[in-house]
Design a protein around this ligand. Structure first.
Ligand code: PMP
Length: 370
């Protein structure tokens, strides 16, 4: 197979305990609600059904809870619009299989894990430049006319932290409708806003969109539970792919989540704790960069888990990371997020997994390698 593995997955396997890692998109373990999850687990533990095979689309209780959250946000949804997946990573795989061999418009830079799935399923990616308020609309329109399919991450994008303006969200809706195409909206970070939540683009495209969600960034990634929200007919058409891959996502994880989510106020409180903590870390990371390495131009993130920026021309961050690895600090070079992977001066930093001391030390180590 000619497709290379993800640089990030390889790095995660290669680094040792002493390395300060700004590479993987890991949530902060200190924020996992372990006690509440333990209580939810204890409540379901004696019920034999949680150990049995279950339905392919996901247990009713969990699909209902997810549907309710959309409906409350003004995006009417029932459990029949929801397909539970093994992380949103699998959601993307299912959709890539569904649209196999087609052309797809993506943002550049974009999420590495999605790009690899598209390559594996022979989807031809057409990159559109991402500006600081979303994709360049003229370029997007030109590309979408041909592909009639797009994959976008409009909230606190991985890797660039970009969030689409309301205007650009509306423009995307018009273009998708006019061309009668499909939008895949990937939203794992939308709840991690520091200021306000933006409306989903999919909400105005209920028949032409797949909205992807996940509990990996808001609760714990280990349960491997994500979902696709789509028109009921579309859900029915992709079910065969889900069934063929793994019959169903972990029933055990689904029952724990459904139990935990019964207490909405508790989940909301937990989300707010994450937002507050990540906001502090994002500020600290940005301040330290300005202090120690002012040549790295960036904006403080407004949510999510990443800080993105550039040294500009003249610094090859792919070469630099090899030096950094020797000094036991690592990040992801920006070229990894482009279709052609030509080295550039950009870097993606994950700021959620390190503590304040590691953030300062890590940036100083990178500076010493420059
Ligand atoms: N989409 C994006 C944009 C991501 O950053 C990630 C995780 N890095 C995923 C999807 C996959 O997340 P999960 O499978 O854990 O839900």
């Amino acid at each position: 197979m000619s497709i290379k593995r993800s640089f990030i997955r390889e790095i995660l396997e290669a680094i040792d305990e002493k390395t300060i890692s700004f590479a993987g998109g890991l949530p902060s373990e200190n924020l996992f609600p372990t006690q509440d999850l333990k209580e939810a687990t204890l409540k379901i533990l004696d019920n034999p059904k949680v150990y049995q095979y279950t339905v392919s689309n996901g247990i009713n209780e969990l699909r209902e809870q997810i549907a309710l959250r959309y409906t409350k946000e003004g995006f009417p949804t029932t459990k029949d619009n929801i397909l539970i997946t093994t992380g949103s990573q699998q959601a993307m795989y299912i959709l890539a299989k569904f649209f196999e061999n087609k052309d797809i418009t993506i943002e550049e830079p974009s999420y590495l894990g999605a790009m690899n799935i598209f390559r594996l399923n022979n989807l031809k990616m057409k990159g559109v430049k991402l500006e600081n308020d979303g994709v360049n609309i003229q370029e997007f329109e030109k590309s979408f006319k041909n592909t009639k399919l797009a994959y976008l991450i409009p909230d606190f994008q991985n890797p660039s932290a970009t969030t689409y303006s309301l205007e650009k969200r509306d423009e995307i809706v018009k273009i998708v409708e006019k061309n009668d195409g499909y939008l895949i909206e990937d939203s794992p970070y939308s709840e991690l806003f520091f200021d306000k939540k933006m409306p989903y683009i999919s909400a105005k495209l209920p028949k032409n969109s797949f909205h992807l969600g996940s509990f990996s960034k808001t609760l714990v990634p280990s349960y491997r539970i994500g979902w696709i929200r789509a028109d009921e007919k579309l859900i029915q058409s992709i079910m065969i792919i889900k069934e063929s891959i793994d019959l169903h996502s972990s029933g055990f994880s689904q029952y724990i989540l459904a139990e935990y989510l019964k207490d909405e106020a508790k989940y909301e409180k937990h989300l707010q704790e994450i937002r507050d903590d990540y906001n502090k870390k994002a500020s600290y990371f940005s301040e330290q960069l300005n202090l120690i390495m002012p040549e790295f131009k960036h904006e403080k993130p407004k949510g999510g888990m990443f800080l993105y920026g550039t040294f500009g021309q003249g610094v090859d961050t792919f070469a630099l990371v090899q030096e950094c690895l020797k000094k036991k600090v690592v990040y992801v070079p920006g070229n990894q997020f482009y279709i052609d992977k030509i080295p550039n001066g950009e870097i993606r930093f994950n700021y959620t997994h390190s503590n304040f001391e590691q953030i300062e030390k890590g940036i100083k180590l990178i500076k010493s390698c420059l």
